[in-house]
Structures are given as C-alpha cells and as structure tokens.
Ligand binder design. Sequence first.
Ligand code: Q46
Ligand code: ZN
Ligand code: ZN
Length: 315
Amino acid sequence: MKCRICGEKASVNMREHKLALCKEHYLEWVPAQTERSIKKYGLFKHDEKVLVAVSGGKDSLSLWDILKRLGYQVDGLYICLGIDEGIKYSVESQRLAEKFAFEHDLKLQVVDIQKEYGESIPQITRETHRGRIKPCSVCGLVKRHIMNRIARDNGYDVLATGHNLDDEAAVLFGNTLSWSGEYLLRQGPLLPSSLGLARKVKPVCRIYEREMLAYALLRGIEYIYEECPFSIGSTSIYYKELLNRLENNRPGAKLSFYLSFLEARKGGLFSEREKIQAELHSCSRCAQPTSAPGLCSFCRMMERINPISVDENEK
Ligand code: Q46
Ligand code: ZN
Ligand code: ZN
C-alpha cells in the first residue's frame, strides 16, 4: 500500500476514507482534519485561550499536541481522581500528563480531588452511595464541576476535550436507543457558553479512535495504555463493540451515523425540543448552572460528605 500523496510506503490505511498515508503525511493529515472541524463548527479562534482536559490517555494528549502544532494558545488541566486500586491509574496518568507538559514546554494545571475536597472519587462514591454504584456518575459530576471552575476562574474562553468519533458515536447510539431528547439536543462538537461558563468543544470528534491511536504512536507520545479500572464492563464499551462490528462490514458507518445526526439536528430535528428547553438557574453556592433553584448537584453531594469543603474551595 502506497501513500496517496508521495507514493512512499504507507504507514496508515484508512478504509473509512479510502486513503492510505505515510508517516509524514499522516502526521500532517490529522492536524489538518482537526483544523477543518475547528473552522467548520466555529469552535475557537487563535486569539482565544483554550484549556484542554488531559487524562494522560492517547486522545487528550494527542489533542493537546495537535492544538499546539496548529498554533493555538492551549494549556492543560489534569484532575487527579485518586483511582489507585490495582494499577495505580491516577498516579501513572498524572506522571504521563506532567511528562508531556514538561517535554513540550506547556502549562499544566493539576487539581487533586483528595487534597481539595478531602476524599478521592471512590471514597466519595462509597460515602454518598454506600458502594451501591460504580463511581462513574460521581466522577463525571466532579470532573465537570472542576473543569468549569478552573476555566472560569482562570479566564479561559474554551474548554476542549479529547472525545473521538468512537466516543461520540457510542454516546449517540445510547441516546438514540432511549431517544433521550435532552441529551441529543446537547450532543455535538460545540456547546456554547452559558451563565458565565466556558464554551465546551470536541475538536477531534470526527477522528476515529484508531486514527487517534495511530497519531499518538507515530508522534511518539507516551500515554497510559490501561483504561480506568471502573470502565471495564461499561455500557459505552459495549456500544463501541457493537459499532465496531458494523464498521467492519461497512467502513465509514460510524462517521456517517454521527455526521447524519449533526446534519439532521441542524435541519431542525429537535426544534420543538429547543423551545421547551428547561430554564437554568445559578447555584447559590458555586454559581454554576443548575436546573432547579438552590444548590447544584455537585454542591449537594459535597455537602453530604463535608459541609464546609465546597465553600473553602470556591473562595
Ligand atoms: S475515569 Fe471516572 Fe471514567 Fe474511571 S471512574 Fe468512570 S468516569 S471510568 S471516563
Ligand atoms: Zn507520503
Ligand atoms: Zn454548586
């Protein structure tokens, strides 16, 4: 297989795009595709400050690398969740995020949940749900709250995450199976800012997971191979497996599923829903948006584990 651009031996063959590229041209193609999405969906401009949520995995580190190579002003945020059972997931992912920042002369902000709030994600989950659920819903709530806070308090215009096409297609598949109108309305590459929160963007949402993996490997990015131990057996991994089976038979099916959804929404598929979208209020403690007056779900949860911890950190 030969590179379509230079005719040298191809390193990556993308059946989904009917395109094979050598290492050099592949490492140019991925940032060019990302730039195309940034412009197409109006994600951000060169004079805006971008904060990338970095987990230490291939997608977020590659995204950080791509945005820097494209010349954007981009800092990183690592949230230490305190998930250190077994493989020392948090310790290792923090080490790799810090190593990447140091080697590329990039600024990384680190928030350690245990230090800030007194308890790790597994501990908060045990305390608030008595171990009845996996920590993922607590983890998602805490991460969203911290990302919003750091972006707001440090004057970032945009918060970027490394969700790739496989992530987005799996979420879309789940939301479609249950026809979750509210989630479908909000899913996409761009969530505009509201109530003083930074805009949220997903610049690599059109890039397949295996394409992100190839980028990280060919760029020599050292990332954490292991997934978070709590992701094992999750519904989203199951949906990804189902979509991979579809993709194997019909290359490009995932991309077309996601892009057709975006087009349908743009064409007004959810317009009735938009009219009745719930009114948002400001949390009386942290000022982040919440659907009901009073405290947001993050502040309600933290009040249960430690009545003063949130106040101290929000000052
Ligand atoms: S980090 Fe957190 Fe994920 Fe681990 S506990 Fe669940 S949500 S699986 S992206
Ligand atoms: Zn080439
Ligand atoms: Zn709050």
